[in-house]
Design a protein around this ligand. Sequence first.
Ligand code: CA2
Length: 160
Amino acid sequence: MKPLYVLNGPNLNRLGQREPHIYGTTTLAEVEALCRATAGAWPVVFRQTNSEETLIELVHEAIDEGAGILINPAAFTFTSLALLDALKMFDGPVIELHISNIHKREPIYHRSYVSMRADAVMAGFGAQGYAMGISALIALVGKNAGGVEKAISAAKPRIS
Ligand code: CA2
């Protein structure tokens, strides 16, 4: 089974320590545990970096080895065409996630480059959003593999 990549951008290593009114009190280590618990037997590669270069290299690693990407690009969301270009090379599902509702904030937080590639965008669910994001990513990976369609067509004779 190919792993799910959960990638976190700059400053998120400080999660739970600053601005709790915006980002809550859950630490990144707790977010990682939440992701692994939600994924169950599905392997998860969970990473955080403050470097744009490293984040792009992690996307490259996911291109070669990953089934799907859940990414909180933090400030690189709004600045990095290089990250967008890397994500465009990934064939599987990509979910963009933000802990806070970026659209409720100042206009500089409204234009996401990553959204131009993301299959889905989540914002404002707090740390719990990561659990929701993992469940959604597993559903999208299954859909790509024909899993959901197969399940629906198998269930049809019983539905009608
Ligand atoms: O809400 C999110 O998840 C963000 O992606 C977090 C980013 C911010 O630039 C985005 O606009 C929204 C990073 C916030 C700064 O990092 C902190 C981490 C912990 C505590 C305070 C700030």
